[in-house]
Design a binder for this molecule. Structure first.
Ligand code: NOJ
Length: 511
């Protein structure tokens, strides 16, 4: 009995220690911020001489976006950016991750002029941020590219895009690099390529049967060619930055990956190696070549000559590697082996010989959210960070996205959306899990909540909301949710209990 009480005490003690989180557990110079991307918030899709992007064109095709919407206006951040900078300032963040719209800077890629109106927009945004003490953390391409590159040579399927991306990156380093100290080349190339060229659900909508039903594409070959060109585009931009800008601008350059953590469905060797294989096909696909100069052995073994090879010039450029890795982490899924055990694998996962699922015997891996593959599994954050630390020699890491989706439809009241206690609980528990990884030595340098404001969630249009601020899409008014108050209080490092006007205590959610 006495032993049991001690165990219970220890359990309660350690679970309260691991759930406790406050600002002071992170280094003083740690970046805390919020994240967005140009296409999802800017709107003004044909203003200021901007060219069409692949997502402008794709989202206008009837049936592509769930709620039939598009991002022509989105949050109208293009006009309201000063208000949004003020929101961030009032939260007390010291950093803001956003992306530059390639087609606003180079409406026709390298085949046309540099758009001075676009340059001016980002100059104004960067200056406004710095005036408020907020560090810009800039992504060069967050899924969107000028449509011209698709029309001319098939975008990522052609090696020509490496030259285009290098040219674009250099225009940005030249124009903004005196003030931007954090650059990332790509956001989530892994789903961008799998969805665009294997499943065909993102632009350019390429796939073949049985992976999907598209008018054109080859799901077994194209994803690997397109990814190869993304990797070499990253290397081209990093080469230019290292050679011509890094010393005088004193900044750093990285890439951002989408990172689900994968747990074996059953506690058997086949599922354990399937989970590892999935991580390799999903994440190491891009990071191994950039960091070690080669595709992961797990992929080469299965794909053989379907994986392209790197020339000696490619290898020279790849030696530039990166200064940091950005990870977008939201959720954990189970993985089931399909190499030794027959299973009806979703065709799009065929190359991995594995199947992802959110449930084991009908029980979800964590609390489900409004996004089908997002479950609340805070420990996944610690495990993901430890995986990156071990596989990539503790390369500095930034958590470039972490956030919680809310369903938005006419049946959900604004009051409920504003009172987002689940998001507060989610952010708090994931941050606590992050501190566990940091205590084990992981070199994590920053954390960004996705997102500052509700915005256009790709194929889901406006039916999902990730913002700390609610956006009324009729008036474009931004209103703070409970999570905005929580983040603000967290950033102040204060544990003062604060009463919400409706009497609800926010304080218990702070620690
Ligand atoms: C990943 C993407 O980078 C971002 O654009 C998206 O909105 C969020 N995750 C949520 O799905």
């Amino acid at each position: 009995m006495k032993g049991f009480s001690i165990l219970l005490f220890l359990h309660l003690f350690f679970s309260s220690v691991t759930c406790f989180v406050n600002r002071d557990q992170f280094p003083p110079d740690f970046l805390f911020g919020t994240s967005t991307s140009s296409f999802q918030i800017e709107g003004a899709y044909l203003e200021g001489n901007k060219g069409l992007s692949n997502w402008d064109v794709f989202s206008h095709i009837p049936g592509k976006i769930k709620d039939g919407s598009n991002a022509d206006v989105a949050d109208d951040h293009y006009h309201l950016y000063m208000e949004d900078v003020q929101l961030m300032h009032s939260l007390g963040v010291n950093s803001y991750r956003f992306s530059i719209s390639w087609s606003r800077i180079l409406p026709r890629g390298r085949f046309g002029e540099i758009n001075s109106v676009g340059i001016e927009f980002y100059n104004n945004l960067i200056d406004a941020l710095l005036l408020k003490g907020i560090q810009p953390f800039v992504t060069l391409s967050h899924y969107d590219i000028p449509q011209e590159l698709e029309d001319r040579y098939g975008a990522w399927l052609s090696s020509q895009i490496q030259e285009d991306f290098g040219y674009y990156a250099e225009v940005c380093f030249k124009a903004f690099g005196d003030r931007v100290k954090y650059w990332t080349t790509f956001n989530e190339p892994n789903p961008m390529i799998s969805s665009g060229y294997r499943k065909g659900t993102f632009p350019p909508g390429h796939c073949s049967k049985p992976f999907g039903d598209c008018p054109t594409g080859n799901s077994e070959i194209e994803p690997y060619i397109a990814a190869h060109n993304v990797i070499l585009s990253h290397a081209t931009a990093a080469d230019i930055y290292r050679k011509r800008y890094q010393v005088k601008q004193d900044g750093s350059i990285g890439i951002v990956m989408s990172t689900y953590w994968y747990e074996p469905l059953r506690n058997i060797p086949a599922d354990r190696s399937a989970a590892q294989r999935y991580l390799a096909f999903d994440i190491a696909w891009f990071l191994d070549p950039i960091i070690y100069g080669n595709y992961p052995p797990e992929m080469r073994e299965i794909l053989g000559s379907r994986l392209p090879t790197f020339s000696s010039e490619d290898r020279r450029k790849l030696q530039n590697k990166l200064d940091f890795i950005g990870i977008n982490h939201y959720s954990t899924l189970y993985v089931k082996d399909c190499m030794f055990f027959p299973c009806q694998a979703n065709a799009s996962e065929g190359d991995m010989f594995a199947l992802r699922t959110g449930e084991r015997d009908g029980i979800p891996i964590g609390t489900p959210t409004a996004m089908t593959t997002f479950y609340v599994v805070p420990q996944g954050m610690e495990k993901m960070v430890m995986y990156m630390m071990e596989r990539y020699n503790n390369t500095p890491l930034f958590i470039t996205e972490n956030g919680y989706p809310q369903e938005s439809n006419p049946d959900v009241s604004v009051k409920d959306l504003l009172n987002d206690t689940q998001r507060v609980e989610y952010l708090r528990s994931y941050l606590a899990s992050l501190t566990v990884a940091m205590r084990q030595g992981a070199d994590v340098r920053g954390y960004f909540v996705w997102s500052i404001i509700d915005n256009f969630e790709w194929l889901n249009g406006y039916s999902l909301r990730f913002g700390l601020y609610y956006v009324d899409y009729d008036t474009l008014k931004r209103s703070p949710k409970l999570s905005a108050q929580w983040y603000k209080q967290f950033l102040q490092g204060s544990k003062i209990l604060k009463e919400k006007s409706d009497g609800q205590k926010l304080g218990h959610l702070v620690s």
